[in-house]
Every structure is written in structure tokens, then in C-alpha cells.
Design a protein around this ligand. Sequence first.
Ligand code: ZN
Length: 118
Amino acid sequence: MELNKQNRLAAGLLSERFPQVSGIVISMTYYQKGANPVLMLRTVNVVPTDSAYFNMECVIKGCVDGGFDLSKIIANMVKARKKIGKGKLTCCGKTDVHPSDHASIDYEIDIRYNKKLR
Ligand SMILES: [Zn+2]
């Protein structure tokens, strides 16, 4: 938890990192291995005053060093001024019970840009 907080602070604010962005909506479907693959749906709204931290934690119990890092994907989208991005990420963490690929997400990223800044 403490490390997470530090990472968030280190990431800076969305308005500092990407001043041309007025907002980001990240919609995710979390999947796990097993009979009931859909774990949950989650939507994250990021506004300019939020930290530019896009490493979504893995929700599987006992997962170490896992998560879904959307930072690079979002940075590339902003660079290309892309509005919508979709894809799939697999957790790279490990748990005692499951060796790897125990969880994945489908994501859709929706980025809104400021019209004034070019
Ligand atoms: Zn995990």
C-alpha cells in the first residue's frame, strides 16, 4: 500500500504529465482462470487533478508484483492523439496457488483532449 502511494506521487498529476488531456475513462473487465471467469467490471475516471498513475492492481488474492500497467499504452495513445484504444492484458504476477496467467483484463481507454491546447 505504501509503495503504491509513492508510485502515485511519483507519477505526478495528469494535468502535468499530459496537459493536452482533459479526461480519461478506462473501462475494464477483469477475468480469472476457472469456472467463473468474469470477476468484475470496473470503470476508472481520471481527471486532470488526479495522478497520472495507470497501473491497475491485480485483484487475485496473494498475487505478488502483479497488475495491469496501462501507462505505456496511454502515453502512446496521447502521443498519437488517439481517442479510443482497446486490448487485453495478462497479469504477470505470481501467487502460491496459480503460477501465472491467473488473471487478465479487457480494457477500453477513452481519452478526451483539450481543444485549446495544440
Ligand atoms: Zn495477478
